[in-house]
Design a binder for this molecule. Structure first.
Ligand SMILES: [Zn+2]
Length: 142
């Protein structure tokens, strides 16, 4: 291959690259959302139920703290359940009660939103780097 063809091919490949984003598992397979464990999982001891504190999350079992724990958990929402999330769904999934805390978390992700007020939902942008530190991992309740 001559250098001109090589450069052309490189440019074509780069231009046509698209990141593969799988459909949520609940859409692809016949898995009910209730089969998944909700709550924020502690990366240190792997248990669910991290508690939201100002600016961080704390594990009631091993006392580990993780200020990014919600990002990992929200990524799992999009991979498991559906492509958008409302404030109420966010509270249920993360196990937090305060509507304003959930709003701050969702707005802090810098995702696109659609709808207004009670109907507002947020759509994940898989291209941002919020999940660079995520180790992944999706857990099914035993
Ligand atoms: Zn823990």
């Amino acid at each position: 291959m001559d250098i001109e063809t090589f450069n052309w091919l490189s440019a074509e490949l780069l231009n046509s690259h698209q990141r593969f984003i799988p459909d949520p598992i609940c859409e692809t397979y016949d898995v009910k959302f209730g089969d998944f464990q909700t709550g924020v999982r502690c990366e240190t001891c792997s248990r669910f139920g991290m508690i939201k504190l100002p600016r961080t999350w704390s594990c009631p079992f091993c006392n580990a703290t993780d200020c990014l724990a919600h990002q990992r958990t929200l990524l799992e929402w999009f991979l498991i359940y559906k492509k958008d999330i409302t404030n109420r769904e966010c509270r249920e999934f993360l196990g937090i009660e305060d509507i304003h805390t959930a709003k701050r978390i969702l707005q802090g992700m810098n995702w696109q939103s659609q709808g207004t007020f009670r109907n507002r939902s947020y759509i994940m942008n898989f291209d941002n780097n919020h999940f660079a530190q995520s180790k992944g991992g999706i857990f099914i309740r035993q």
